[in-house]
Design a protein around this ligand. Structure first.
Ligand code: 6R9
Length: 650
């Protein structure tokens, strides 16, 4: 009998795809047996000014720690994403923009127009004082100018640091200061789900705390009225009229920095993940083609925000390096109706849509009718990323959205990995709902136990990667020691992902979620330490501990235990005040779902908070067996109070 949990490669994919099962096995084996030969050959998919003669040169050992790829190669990322396509596809749409308001007009930019826009943008940045190597912070809504800005930085060799538009002025200021940005690119505002986002005002507030910024380039997006600071702020459209039309691409070494992207870790403030030029672009382009079997003429839609790594790799760099038509959507999945995603697919005849499980769960709950009233005939592939997809959502995506004909490409990866690491290939991999399936070429995953012992065969434990791959991050901006410490010391000689995983008897990987103090809220990474630091900044809060809690839509919600300063009264008003406070300090994505006031937190005699217990209580598992041994606590009775006063519902 057929296994109901196995979805074999559809015949038309097996016959027509670039890579079938045998070819995948060969690619994976060859990439590990002869990495130099394999990657020097693959490097040929990029356009080099000087072709590299070396591939990977790396060691994860402490006394010789280094990671380099294609070190003697020279190239420019924007030339690879634009100029080299001009001979063959100047008139093809490169960027197709769908506005927030479905009644507003979509915009299209051909490769020729993209070239003109990016050259112009690059010259405006230069006029604003940008030089090769400068860090430029980009705080923009999902408008085409966001893609122009990234590519313009790449063109002149400046390093972009995109900050998600949902982050608060405080969070923005921290990121500007950490990388010492001299220029910020923003807009008068943004639109999302019919609402306006005051981006420029947020930049103004952030810059009260920053000393490095000389110029703010402001794109007119909504027409909202904004304050302009004389001598600092420049309207993009005014500056664009005064600069030359052409901007030759800057030759960059393969290991020159391309971008910084801040992401949450288990300790301390967000880390500036640094990606470099050659290896990152190759990984973006190769994985985009392989996972999604991209073909000329296909309309590709990655529905992420450009503020996350998924937007960098699969809205901008991967698709444009491959000469694709990439759709960029300004709005949110469920506005004005829960049909919006599928309506956009019909309107633009989208071939692949790539989104997050949290969006799917939210749409699924609205009922099938919002899907079935649309056609979706153009869809060939469905992608997902950001968190483990529950089999129920997977089956809905496959059965209702894709009517059973579109393979689900569940891609597991991280900001740190640059692009997809474990994912099915549509023509090669039979699917299992909830599994990201098998590793990409060059990716050598292992499952290790707490002591670092490598577990063979079917096993569950910590997911590590045994060797380097071209898209690997190269450092934490400004703190190389922290890079080594965070990723290469838990299991010596290996890259620690921070995720747990199970490998089944067929060699399929099932990601079980983070094993560190990072929680995944609607596909967004949140360090519990960040939320705790925000809470303790409040004048009434003495101490805070934050853990994840199960949440139907978000995957995980934020559960905060708070102890108040002596003399302060717990109240619903204070609870609401704290929620508002965290939103203001970090941004709406960090909104706590539950706040429990606690007279004390469970601590060991050495003063360490026992998070294991706090996690169990937040999960609603309060039996003595679930809570485990509490005898090592300084005051075991603390636990009884926590259990009795658990916040049942967010
Ligand atoms: C690309 C991205 C990374 C963390 C990662 C893991 C989780 C991402 C996943 C997944 C299960 C998938 N994650 N994709 N878990 N299945 N397909 O999301 O990067 O924001 O850095 O988050 O997200 O826990 O460690 P980033």
């Amino acid at each position: 009998m057929a296994d109901p949990d196995l979805f074999p490669v559809p015949t038309e994919w097996a016959e027509g795809a670039r890579v079938d099962a045998a070819a995948y096995a060969d690619l994976h084996a060859r990439s590990l047996a002869d990495p130099d030969g394999f990657w020097l050959e693959k490097a040929g998919r990029l356009d080099w000014i000087t072709a590299p003669t070396v591939a990977g040169d790396w060691s994860f050992a402490e006394d010789d720690f280094h990671i380099e790829w294609f070190a003697d190669g020279v190239l420019n990322v924007s030339a690879n994403c634009i100029d080299r396509h001009l001979a063959t596809r100047a008139e093809q749409t490169a960027i197709l923009w769908e506005p927030d308001d479905p009644k507003a007009e979509p915009r299209r930019y051909t490769y020729a127009q993209l070239h003109a826009e990016v050259c112009r943008f690059a010259n405006v940045l230069k006029a604003a004082g940008a030089k090769k190597g400068d860090r430029i912070t980009i705080y923009l809504p999902m408008i085409p100018e966001a893609a122009f800005a990234l590519l313009a930085c790449a063109r002149i060799g400046a390093v972009h640091s995109v900050v998600f538009g949902g982050f608060s002025p405080e969070a923005l200021a921290g990121r500007i200061t950490d990388c010492d940005s001299n220029i910020v690119v923003t807009s008068d505002g943004g639109r999302r789900g019919g609402k306006q986002v005051p981006l420029k005002a947020n930049v103004d507030a952030a810059l009260h705390h920053c000393t490095s910024v000389q110029s703010v380039v402001v794109v007119k997006a909504t027409g909202a009225e904004v304050a302009m600071t004389e001598g600092r702020d420049i309207w993009y459209h005014e500056a664009a009229e005064t600069v030359p039309a052409d901007c030759p691409p800057e030759p960059m070494k393969a290991e020159d920095p391309l971008f910084i992207l801040y992401t949450s870790g288990s300790t301390g403030k967000p880390k500036g993940v640094l990606h470099t030029t050659g290896g990152y672009l190759l990984w973006a382009s190769y994985t985009h083609e392989l996972c999604f079997d991209y073909r000329a003429g296909d309309i590709w839609w990655c529905a992420a925000d450009i503020g996350w790594v998924t937007g960098h790799t699969y809205i901008v760099y991967g698709p444009l390096a491959n000469g694709a038509t990439t759709l960029m959507y300004e709005g949110v999945p469920n506005w004005p109706t829960p049909s919006r995603i599928w309506e956009v697919c019909d309107r633009h005849q989208v071939h692949t849509v790539f989104t997050a499980p949290t969006a799917l769960r939210a749409l699924m709950k609205e009922g099938d009718e919002f899907v079935t009233r649309t056609s979706r005939k153009s869809l060939k592939l469905l992608g997902t990323v950001g968190e483990p997809i529950n089999p129920e959502a997977w089956r809905w995506y496959h059965g209702v959205v894709g009517e059973g004909r579109c393979p689900i490409i569940d891609t597991w990866w991280q900001t740190e990995t640059g692009g997809a690491m474990i994912a099915p290939l549509p023509g090669a991999t039979d699917l299992k709902p909830g599994s990201a399936t098998r590793p990409m070429p060059a990716v050598d995953p292992e499952i290790v136990d707490a002591e670092g012992k490598v577990l063979e065969g079917a096993a569950e434990g910590n997911l590590v990667i045994a060797g380097s791959w071209p898209g690997q991050m190269r450092t934490v901006w400004g703190d190389h020691a922290r890079f080594f410490q965070t990723y290469f010391t838990t299991y010596r000689g290996k890259y620690t992902t921070g995720d747990g995983a199970r490998r089944d008897a067929d060699g399929y990987y099932w990601i079980t979620g983070r094993v560190d103090d990072v929680i995944n809220v609607s596909g967004h990474r949140m360090g519990t330490a960040e939320v705790e630091s925000a809470l303790v900044l409040h004048a009434k809060v003495a101490e805070a501990a934050v853990v994840g809690m199960p949440h139907d839509l978000k995957g995980q919600g934020i559960y905060a235990y708070v102890t108040l300063n002596a003399g302060e009264e717990a109240s619903d008003a204070l609870r609401q005040d704290l929620v508002k406070w965290v939103r203001m300090e970090i941004g709406p994505i960090a909104t706590p779902d539950a706040i429990q006031f606690a007279p004390a937190l469970p601590k060991t005699r050495s003063g360490k908070i026992m998070r294991r217990i706090l996690r169990k209580i937040a999960e609603g598992e309060v039996s003595a067996q679930a809570l485990g041994d509490t005898s090592t606590l300084a005051d075991p009775s603390v636990v009884d109070d926590l259990v009795a006063n658990r916040v049942m519902k967010a």
